[in-house]
Structure formats: C-alpha cells, structure tokens
Ligand binder design. Sequence first.
Ligand code: SAM
Length: 234
Amino acid sequence: MNTRYIQKAYKVLRNEGIHGLGARLLRHSRPSRRNDDFDLKHGVSTDGDIPLWKLAIDSRNWTDGVFYRPVAIDQFNRAMSHLPITPSDYVFIDLGCGKGRALILAAQHGFKCIIGVEFSHELCDIARANFKQVRPDMGALIACQDAREFVFPDAPAVVFMYDPFGAETMAFTIPKVKPDSYIVYVNPKHAKVIPFELMCSDEGLAVYHVSSPTPRIYAARRSAGRFASRVTRL
Ligand SMILES: C[S@@+](CC[C@H](N)C(=O)[O-])C[C@H]1O[C@@H](n2cnc3c(N)ncnc32)[C@H](O)[C@@H]1O
C-alpha cells in the first residue's frame, strides 16, 4: 500500500479517531454530487474527487489537507446570497482552489479580482487552463503554494473555503485575513478555530465578518503578553 496513503490515514486516526477515519473512508467511497453539466457547458474539467496522496505536493503540511472535490454550484450560489456586498468592490480568494470551479463561479458573480491558492502544481495548472477557457478576457492569479504561506492582499476580500484543510492549518492561516473581509466556509468542520464574528450559518455553511481583531484575539494576545512578561521576569 502507498506510504503517503498510510501517512494520511494515520494523521486522520490521530486527530479524528476511528469514527473520523470511518467517516472519511465512507465519504471517499461515495461519488461527488455531480455537476457534469457545468463542465460540459463551459468546456472545462472540474468534476471528480482526487485524494491528496495521489498528487505530488511539496508541502510537508499536506497530511492536514482535505482531498480535492469541487464545490456544488447551488451551494456556492447560496453562500454568495448571504453576502451583503457588491462583488466588484472585493477581491475573491479561494483557499484550496483545486481545479478552479469556485474561481469561475466567482467571476460569474462579478468579482473583478480573483485569486486561487492551491498547493498541488497539477491542480494549479488545471485551474489556470479552466479559468482561461471560460474567461480568456480576465486574468486570475493562481498562487501555487501552501495556504499557510499566503500573504493576504491589503484589500477587503471574500475568502472562500470549501473544507480545504484541518484545524491546524486553519488556526495558522485565518487570523491573517485582512479587516473588512468576509469568510465563507462551506462544510465548516473547524469553525471553532475561526476567531471572527459569525454573521450567519446555514445548512453546511458559515459566513464570518472580519471587522477588527475580535475579543478572542485580544484575549489570546493579553495572555501571550502575560506569558512574555513572566518569562522576562525569570
Ligand atoms: C475540497 S477541495 C476544494 C476545491 C475548490 N475550492 C472548490 O470549491 O471547487 C480542497 C482543496 O484544498 C487544497 N488544499 C488542502 N490543503 C491546502 C493547503 N494547505 N494549501 C493549499 N491548498 C490546500 C486541496 O489540494 C484541494 O484541492
């Protein structure tokens, strides 16, 4: 059996227990909610599931990543309907953009600046080709890197995530989202590590507003400060 497969199974077992591992295996065995019409209509290839152990990924953090599965179109549209914004005023960022389906949908919703972050080179190439196929008139930036290393642009953004990674990566990455942004989290399994104000939650969906550092962040900073002053006094 592939060692990457065993590495991943071990990590899931350690973090989520036997029930978590069972749930993941079950999820893999079910076909994704197919949206072949989208691919046929646009002449792209976004459908299908790909486990990460099958992809060549440089990042050591890959075991915390979730396999590729494209977002369902109705779910994406429902998520967008919760945002009280004019899309053209915001940058759209998909953390874990895979083959770029959400990027194409975001362009259709009117976002003018589109960024995808994805750590599989193979999926990045597919996302670029897919986006170009649908919107040759418009550039999308596909940053081929671990989301942990992504530097968020200094502009209000809609940060989209379709269950891309585990709590570790989430806790490291999300506090860096810039103020005045929104976070749209589909299948929000690790919502408890998101330190921002929950605006609404709908079936399988959570939307957050990033206004300024929240009391939870201040509390963490205060206790970090107390810890630092104790260390200095020693
Ligand atoms: C469930 S898929 C979501 C695909 C896409 N966002 C969509 O909605 O169609 C999760 C994606 O996140 C990527 N991913 C997981 N961890 C990542 C990380 N740390 N940095 C960048 N991409 C990551 C995976 O390679 C996979 O393509």
